[in-house]
Design a binder for this molecule. Sequence first.
Ligand code: ARG
Length: 488
Amino acid sequence: MSARQPPVDPPAGSPAARSAAGVADAVTAHERWSGRFAEPVSDIVKRYTASVGFDRRLADADIDGSLAHARMLASTGILAAADLAAIERGLAQIRQEIADGRFTWSLDQEDVHLNIEKRLTALVGDAGKRLHTARSRNDQVATDVRLWLRGAIDEIARRLVALRRALIDLAEAHAATIMPGFTHLQVAQPVTFGHHLLAYEAMLARDGERLADCRKRVNRLPLGAAALAGTSFPIDRAQVAQALGFDAVIGNSLDAVSDRDFAIEFAAAAALVMIHLSRFAEELVLWSSPRFGFVGLADRFCTGSSIMPQKKNPDVPELVRGKSGRVVGHLVALLALMKAQPLAYNKDNQEDKEPLFDTVDTLSDTLAIMADLVATGITVRADRMRAAAREGFATATDLADYLVRRGAPFRDAHEAVARAVRHAETKGVDLADLALAELRQFSPLVGDDVHAVLTLEGSVAARDHEGGTAPARVRAAAAAARAALPPG
Ligand code: ARG
């Protein structure tokens, strides 16, 4: 999904543009401050500097911010009650026009703020022109982006919880399903599939904490900072903050209009979610390949090949992996955007929106699609997992631990088992397939109870402590993870 939507706009300055905008007095944004300017901007500069093609997504937040501002102006006596009533009526109509797709966005009005203000003035006259009293687009845009992002974070948090719930459900169903655990992508020790899934749930739980923490700093009010220094009007910033649901007012006006650290923080938290999901996606790609065959993916998450009839490609996990790179790129773009900007507002900051919007869109879609995939799109092939766990001498550590319990120093036990593994490998069998007498050749401490520790079930059941892979522990961990989910 692209954040960029070209504005519907007839040739600039044409009669069609003026009437389509529904504007009685169709001056352009540039002409608004034309008292200061001797010539109009060229078309390419107009396109280069305009943001309405993408920042119109902020329209609802912009209207909410304007309403809170106007109400405060009225209650502090800066704006007449009749003007407030006209502004409220006009903004309600504009909100409806935008929702219905009837609003004409114009490149001539540069950005979402000027488009809405222009239309308001056309609808309600001078009251519309009074709305911008004690305000600047600098504190206006910072407020809009924060409001918009707060809503986006809340939606993302909900989707994150849905994915976590799906992971917990699947983990509970597979608390005792055995698979090989890997280090260095080599078979290491048996684990349960449920335990493996809960590792991802744990990563996403921390991501949820990070997003909630970031939201606290997003949810502070810049409005009232005006252009950079504050305003000479007797405004009430606390009232605006309360009306808009902000937790606090940003104290320093220069800081309020200029910093985008809240967006950078969000992008960093979002990038981490995507990185976590890319790891899971990579495993799904591996596991669904016929070589592993640990899982099957529902057809709706895969596509075929245009040339190879037998292919079923795991497109969705591959794209999750690929799109994580794009979100990391947005984080880097936002950091680079902010770097070395002098105080206070600079137009550079208009460039914050596309990376931010695309981060939100990509992350939201990824979470929704992964929740669906985990909830109903994965077929678990327990037999294949088990067979793979039997192939890599996954219980070698269990044999070493057994020898230690019988008195061998761990390093000696490690060496004895290494030699037993080499022997089994030459014979092409697993450790569990070696006879008691054969095992005894490697250590006299081997007793006739040894085969119990060499089974996969014995191995996982033995790891019976908090954080371990024993099925009972996995069930308890799943229950704890479920209890930790926010209600809803
Ligand atoms: N469209 C601008 C932005 O996104 C709004 C603020 C412009 N302020 C200004 N003084 N040029 O940042």
